[in-house]
Design a protein around this ligand. Structure first.
Ligand code: GRF
Length: 217
């Protein structure tokens, strides 16, 4: 069992798949000795390679599934929120988490959840963002880190990175080029939030505001 270090900024990572963004984040935390603790890694899929990696690295993990759809989406989100809140996160990172998040999850964690999406939002929300970019014929695409709220891929944008779209790109080649940038952008955003250089403030009307500037921590 990993001992909680209360001095450190506490992260919870949610993933459903290979977890390359999670791995990039962990690598940056370790390499730069950032005062950030990955307190918990949660997956909704038993077979997620990212979950296996987290276990190999000795991190605390949790599996929350829909149990072959026995759980309603609301109950799944409620259970997920309970597991995540119990880890007392300062920040929750959606790193390829493929479930729709409902108010049961968002409300108790409002302003603490960020997501990485493989397009320059607000363009190309939802699934297959890279193919959507190819279909639209854009000459540049990229990735976005944003605050996750109830509306999918629509919360305030925290940071973006741009890549060119080449004439012979396929969904795979464009995805690979974007992923290289995702692996830099996500750790940079998490580090900036942990340092207090990006501050996400909850307002009384349930909206969130983002402030940038020197650290107050
Ligand atoms: C990434 O492309 C991310 O932008 C999207 O899901 C993918 C996750 O990839 N939300 P990985 O599991 O981090 O490798």
């Amino acid at each position: 069992m990993t001992q909680a270090n209360t001095d450190k900024f506490r992260l919870v990572v949610l993933l459903s798949g290979r977890g390359s963004n999670f791995a990039a984040l962990k690598e940056r935390i370790d390499k730069d000795r950032l005062p950030i603790e990955i307190a918990l890694v949660v997956s909704d899929r038993t077979d997620a390679p990212g979950l296996a990696r987290a276990k190999e690295w000795g991190l605390q993990t949790a599996l929350v599934t829909r149990r072959a759809k026995e759980l309603s989406s609301a109950d799944f989100n409620r259970e997920l929120a309970e597991r995540v809140c119990a880890a007392k996160p300062d920040l929750v990172v959606l790193a390829g988490f493929m479930r729709i998040l409902t108010p049961e999850f968002i409300s108790p964690l409002r302003g603490k959840i960020i997501n990485i999406h493989p397009s320059l939002l607000p363009a190309f929300r939802g699934l297959h963002a890279q193919q959507q970019a190819l279909d639209a014929g854009v000459k540049f695409s990229g990735c976005t880190v944003h605050v996750a709220l109830e509306e999918l891929d629509a919360g305030p944008i925290l940071g973006q990175a741009v890549v060119p779209v080449m004439p012979d790109d396929t969904e795979e080649s464009l995805s690979e080029r974007i992923l290289v940038e995702e692996h830099k952008l996500l750790p940079a955003m998490v580090a900036a939030i942990a340092r207090g250089e990006i501050r996400i403030q909850c307002r009384s009307d349930d909206a969130v505001a983002v402030e940038y500037g020197s650290s107050k921590r």
